[in-house]
Design a protein around this ligand. Structure first.
Ligand SMILES: NC(=O)c1ccc[n+]([C@@H]2O[C@H](COP(=O)([O-])OP(=O)(O)OC[C@H]3O[C@@H](n4cnc5c(N)ncnc54)[C@H](OP(=O)(O)O)[C@@H]3O)[C@@H](O)[C@H]2O)c1
Length: 314
C-alpha cells in the first residue's frame, strides 16, 4: 500500500517507518527538516519536506494516488515548563490544524486516515474504561477537545473514513520520554504528587505494531485503545525506572508545588487515575503487545536509550 505519514519522525514514527517498509508498503513521510528527510530516504521511504499547517507547500511532492494516511504529528509541548493560557490556546489551534488539514487530505485523496488519541478517561477503584467511555478533557489534554468532535463527526458521516487509535502514555527511545529519561539520568526523577494513580502505558514499538494492524485490517469507523495488559501506578513505574537506571528512589513533589511551578494544566493531568481495557484491539485488530507489561518493556527501552539516541535525533 502507498501510505503517507504525518509525524513519522517522532517517537512512534521511528518504530513505525521500518515496520511498514519491512511489510513491503510504499511509505511517504512528512518532515519539516532537511536532515530528517535524508534519514527517511536512507530507511527506504520517501521524505516529503513540509509542514502540515501548510499542505500547499508539499502537495505537489506527493504521488497522485495514496491508499491511506496516518497522522502522528504532535505540537511541540515543552515538558518542565509552565503552561500559560496563551501557550495552551496556541497548542489547541495547532492540534486543530493538524487534524483538519490531515483529514482534508484524506478527503481529497479519498482514502482512510488513522488518527491518534490519548487515554484521557477517569476511572475509580477497580473500574476499567473501554472505547465506549467518554473522553474527559482536563488540564493540558484540553488542547485536543475540538478534535474529539471532528473525529465523532467523521465517524457519523464516514467522511473522511477514519480509524482512531487511543494510546496510553507512550514510552520508548525518543520523544517526550527522552526528557523523563534525562531527568532520571541526572538524579532528578520525581513522583508527581502522591503517585498512587494508575496510568496506562504502551511501548512505542507496540503502538507502531497496532498502527500496522490497523492499516492492514482497516476497520473504518472504529476506535481502539492501545495500552499494555498491566495497570501500574505512576509511583511504581517511576521507582522501577530508577532501579533499572541504578538511581536512588525518586522523591515525591507535592501537588501544590507542581501547580505553583508548572501550572494548573499540568497538575490536573498528573492526578488522573485511569485503567483501560485493550480487549477490542486484541479481538478486532488481532494485535497483541510484544511487551504486555512495563516491566519487560522498560527494561529493553532503558538499555536501548543507554546505547544510542533515537535514529532521527542522532
Ligand atoms: N507520547 C505520548 O505519550 C502520547 C500519548 C497519547 C497519544 N499520543 C499521540 O500519538 C502521536 C505520536 O506521538 P509521539 O510521541 O510519537 O510524537 P512525537 O515524538 O512528539 O512526534 C512529533 C512528530 O510531529 C511532527 N510534527 C510536529 N509539528 C509538525 C508540523 N507542523 N508539520 C509536520 N509535522 C510536524 C514531527 O516531525 P518533524 O519534527 O520531523 O517535522 C515529529 O515527527 C501524537 O499524535 C500524540 O499526540 C502520544
Amino acid at each position: 500500500m502507498k501510505i503517507f505519514i504525518i509525524g513519522g519522525t517522532g517517537l512512534v514514527g521511528s518504530y513505525l517507518l521500518p515496520g511498514l517498509i519491512a511489510n513491503n508498503h510504499e511509505v511517504y513521510a512528512l518532515s519539516r527538516t532537511e536532515r530528517k528527510i535524508e534519514k527517511i530516504n536512507k530507511l527506504g521511504a520517501y521524505g516529503i519536506l513540509g509542514d502540515i499547517r501548510n499542505p500547499q507547500s508539499f502537495k505537489n511532492d506527493l504521488p497522485p494516488e495514496l491508499d491511506a494516511i496516518i497522522l502522528l504529528a504532535m505540537p511541540g509541548i515543552q515538558p518542565g515548563r509552565r503552561m500559560t493560557k496563551k501557550r495552551k490556546a496556541a497548542l489547541r489551534r495547532e492540534t486543530n490544524d493538524f487534524f483538519r488539514h490531515s483529514m482534508d487530505l484524506a478527503i481529497q485523496y479519498d482514502v482512510p486516515i488513522i488518527l491518534p488519541g490519548g487515554t484521557s478517561y477517569r476511572t475509580e477503584k477497580n473500574e476499567t474504561a473501554d472505547e465506549t467511555w467518554p473522553i474527559l478533557r482536563v488540564g493540558i489534554t484540553e488542547i485536543g477537545s475540538d478534535t474529539d468532535e471532528m473525529v465523532n463527526t467523521a465517524i457519523k458521516t464516514n467522511n473522511p473514513k477514519i480509524i482512531q487509535l487511543i494510546f496510553g502514555k507512550i514510552y520508548g527511545n525518543g520523544g517526550l520520554f527522552r526528557f523523563i529519561y534525562t531527568m532520571m539520568e541526572k538524579g532528578r526523577g520525581k513522583i508527581l504528587g502522591k503517585g498512587d494513580n494508575y496510568v496506562p502505558n504502551i511501548h512505542a514499538g507496540d503502538a507502531a505494531k497496532a498502527l500496522i494492524k490497523a492499516i492492514e485490517k482497516m476497520p473504518v469507523g472504529e476506535k481502539f485503545i492501545i495500552a499494555d495488559d498491566m495497570p501500574v501506578t505512576q509511583e511504581d513505574f517511576t521507582v522501577y525506572m530508577a532501579e533499572l537506571m541504578n538511581k536512588k528512589r525518586p522523591g515525591k513533589i507535592p501537588g501544590f508545588i507542581i501547580r505553583l511551578i508548572l501550572g494548573k494544566d499540568f497538575y490536573e493531568v498528573t492526578r488522573m487515575n485511569c485503567r483501560v481495557s485493550n480487549e477490542k484491539a486484541k479481538k478486532v485488530l488481532g494485535w497483541h503487545p510484544q511487551y504486555p507489561s512495563y516491566k519487560e518493556g522498560l527494561r529493553d527501552v532503558i538499555k536501548e536509550m543507554k546505547e544510542n539516541k533515537n535514529y532521527f535525533d542522532r
